[in-house]
Design a protein around this ligand. Structure first.
Ligand SMILES: [Zn+2]
Length: 660
């Protein structure tokens, strides 16, 4: 059964209303609600005095309507009695300020006091509801990862973490290059936190290790909860992530979880449908199996300002986009906007008045009928892909340590390639570096500054066996301590790419360097953005060459391709506009077995889920204009229950779900 539901906060509404809400949800086709993830002060109103009766009663009311419950542990919002008694659990932000109560997430993941209170409330909830048939699963906390803490506890745990990572202080000094500016440490107690001189960049190796430490701390804090839940409950455990948010390694955390979920707010992102799709694919990759959208936008949002209300059909389109990318659960956020609190204008399925007249309710009710009809068939099928984007968190952290002088924005470089794949209707996976690469035809690493011999050998092996590897500029410039390599660039991958790089330049905002296509890209013209690596081909051939400025005088290449054993390695030495990435993806389609699922007009996404036997093709119009798509063969439209072929019309935000 495909899960379909919403977040419900019984603690925000009078007891008399719960019944009515459960009825309305049932009529909308909901089979699941999430509850309790911010309800600590209602569940434990005084220290050690627990009150689960109200929650028990609420769960009962929904159970009677056939609606199952996902319970959240309430640790994202510590109650006032706790922080009053133990102000030491409050985190310290990067600028040295106490992140005080009054909002949420005001706790340090490393506080042993907070961990004890966490153990207590999670254990009590697990003992009460852990084997309850009305409950199907758990969500730990809510949107972990912030704020990054710099308190005294974190300082002392960080030093212990370093002692485990490095055998000796000498090794740490050597690995961090502390000879620079007289940073050589003679005692572990001298090691600072990276926020101690906020006007300056910290040592890049210190900064990267603090990122690793805070990630490990967050994963450890989550594990504390999953271990209790696994011991005392027979239900699955998930956490709700936030797309490309990167304060901890999501792949690592997912080893402790049964299900990956994420909170999907398209109008809060940079508002491009490609990025929304990328967030789904990223989340799918955390467990490489169907995920849930734990919070699906269905109305306006509020943070800095109130965002636009979704247009008619837009919520339905987002829902099908989620399902198309592998979601087996869709939970709208939230059931009804709260009358009070920070999110009083964060819209929901209903409006504040709770009436059925809400357009979102009417639209979601229609989706509910459709999901009941087709969900069972689709559930469990996979989002397969032949192209993978390598997205290790450490690489991103390494790049962020440049802070004031980073040549690039990690997410933007990833999306440059992703957008071209999206436009070509090619399914894409996001994978960590330890994933087996051999399942893919093409591996793209837009941002890969750090390299070591195990990763370079793995990439070489992949190409030797026939794979195509594509890397962006600045690849392999550092080691895994964030220290610049002393080899000629691109370091350990020189032979694979068949090039050497001895010169490069940052491109300033008012500066442009033209480069033009050669060989397979003959006739194309691009303008460099952000960066220009100056490639000297050895065994590689040139795919693009600089035609302006000193890189042109030296005949430097901008893009090269090297045949390496059975495969090929392409080095993209610069960044440019979308034409470059579109041309590169076309080149990959021509030179590998990767092919688009189907051609479509701009703004129409075509994506596939299958299980080897059944294959579903989703055709999604992301625009508010009518669109046409020409089908490549005959399909059954399982929503309209018609056989379709040839040209198919799509309404504004229209969706077709086709079965082969
Ligand atoms: Zn702390």
């Amino acid at each position: 059964m495909l899960r379909f539901g919403t977040a419900y906060y019984p603690e925000h509404w009078p007891r008399e209303r719960w019944e009515r809400d459960s009825e309305l949800m049932s009529k909308a086709g909901f089979n699941t609600v999430r509850m309790a993830e911010f309800a600590w002060s209602k569940l434990e109103p005084e220290e050690g005095k627990f009150n689960f009766e109200w929650l028990d009663e609420a769960i009962d009311i929904f159970d009677e309507k056939g609606i199952d419950v996902v319970l959240g542990t309430p640790t994202a919002a510590p109650p006032p009695w706790l922080t009053e008694k133990h102000p030491e659990v409050l985190p310290i932000t990067e600028d040295g300020q106490i992140f005080g109560p009054g909002m949420r997430r005001h706790y340090c993941v490393n506080s042993e006091v907070y961990r004890d209170y966490t153990r207590e409330i999670v254990s009590k909830m697990a003992e009460k509801f852990g084997n309850d048939n009305r409950i199907i699963g758990w969500q730990t906390d809510n949107e972990l990862g912030s704020p990054v803490c710099y308190c005294d506890t974190c300082r002392s745990k960080f030093r212990n973490w370093l002692r485990e990572r490095y055998d000796s202080l000498e090794e740490l000094n050597d690995s961090w290059g502390t000879a620079f500016w007289s940073h050589t440490y003679t005692k572990w107690s001298q090691i600072p936190l990276p926020n101690e001189n906020p006007s300056m960049n910290p040592n890049p190796s210190l900064h990267l290790d603090y990122k690793r430490f805070f990630s490990d701390s967050t994963i450890e804090y989550n594990r504390l909860q999953t271990e209790i839940l696994k011991e005392k409950s027979d239900k699955w455990v998930c956490h709700n992530f936030m797309g490309f948010y990167d304060n901890f390694d999501h792949y690592e955390m997912c080893k402790d979880l049964d299900l990956a979920t994420w909170d999907h707010y398209p109008t809060k992102l940079r508002d491009t449908y490609e990025e929304v799709s990328a967030g789904h694919d990223l989340t799918y990759g955390f467990k490489e199996r169907p995920f849930w959208v734990m919070e699906e936008q269905c109305s306006y949002l509020t943070r800095d300002k109130i965002t636009a209300t979704p247009r008619p059909g837009e919520t339905r389109m987002w829902t099908y986009q989620s399902i198309a990318h592998g979601a087996d659960g869709i939970m709208y956020f939230r059931w009804r906007p709260c009358r009070f609190g920070d999110e009083q204008f964060h819209g929901g399925v209903l409006q504040h008045d709770g009436s059925l007249e809400s357009p979102a309710y009417q639209e979601i009710k229609q989706i509910g009928e459709e999901v009941r009809k087709i969900g069972g068939e689709i559930e469990g099928t996979k989002a397969n892909s032949e192209v993978a984007i390598l997205s290790p968190y450490e690489q991103r952290w390494s790049m962020e340590t440049y802070r004031n002088h980073s040549p690039y924005d990690y997410q933007e470089e990833i999306i440059n390639y992703y957008r071209a794949l999206f436009d070509a209707n090619i399914n894409t996976a996001f994978i960590p570096k330890y994933r087996d690469f051999e399942d893919y035809e093409v591996l793209i690493a837009p941002v890969l500054p750090m390299m070591n011999s195990s990763l370079s050998s793995k990439i070489e092996e992949f190409v030797r066996n026939g794979g195509t590897f594509v890397a962006g500029f600045r690849t392999g410039i550092k080691d895994y301590n964030n220290i610049v390599t002393d080899q000629s660039l691109p370091g350990e991958l020189k032979d694979l790419f068949g090039i050497e790089i001895h010169d490069y330049t940052s491109i300033q905002e008012n500066q442009e360097i033209e480069f033009v296509g050669r060989n397979e890209l003959e006739g194309k013209k691009y303008l460099s953005r952000k960066w220009a690596d100056c490639l000297e081909p050895k065994s590689a051939k040139t795919l693009a060459q600089y035609t302006e400025g000193w890189p042109a005088q030296e005949n430097y290449s901008a893009i090269t391709k090297n045949e390496f054993s059975k495969g090929q390695a392409i080095y993209v030495g610069s960044s440019s506009d979308e034409n470059l990435y579109r041309d590169l993806i076309e080149l990959l389609v021509d030179s590998t077995d990767v092919s688009p699922i189907m051609n479509s007009e701009e703004g129409v996404e075509v994506i596939e889920r299958s299980d080897g036997q059944k294959k579903f093709i989703f055709v999604i119009n992301h625009t508010n204009h009518r669109k046409k798509t020409k089908l490549d063969r005959e399909y059954k439209d399982i929503l309209g229950e018609k056989i379709l072929s040839g040209n198919v019309e799509l309404e504004p935000y229209g969706v077709r779900v086709l079965r082969e």
